[in-house]
Design a protein. Structure first.
Length: 95
């Protein structure tokens, strides 16, 4: 197990990540891995594109999403998600 570093005033800002995954247990697993990375922080977790778009909106640099989400798929919602989360410039797609 690796130690999680605590940012200091000299540390670069953490990269914020939004996770979209309809399987709650897998979503929690991904969130734990992101948090354990030390230089990443989870800005939001959602089970569907629709729920994410209806949220209050957070700033994120990376969106990790499942392409097979219920309702609007990750691929279908990608443009709207990038606009909602301040044009996140990194997108990871999984299934």
């Amino acid at each position: 197990m690796t130690a999680i570093s605590t940012p200091t005033s000299d540390s670069p800002p953490l990269t914020s990540v939004v996770i979209l995954e309809d399987d709650a247990s897998y979503r929690e697993l991904v969130a734990a891995a992101v948090t354990e990375a030390g230089d990443l922080t989870v800005a939001g977790q959602y089970g569907s594109v629709e729920v994410a778009l209806a949220s209050g909106g957070v700033e994120a640099q990376v969106i990790l999403l499942d392409v097979n989400l219920p309702g609007k798929t990750g691929v279908e919602g990608l443009t709207d998600l990038r606009e909602k989360f301040c044009n996140a410039d990194g997108v990871g797609v999984g299934s």
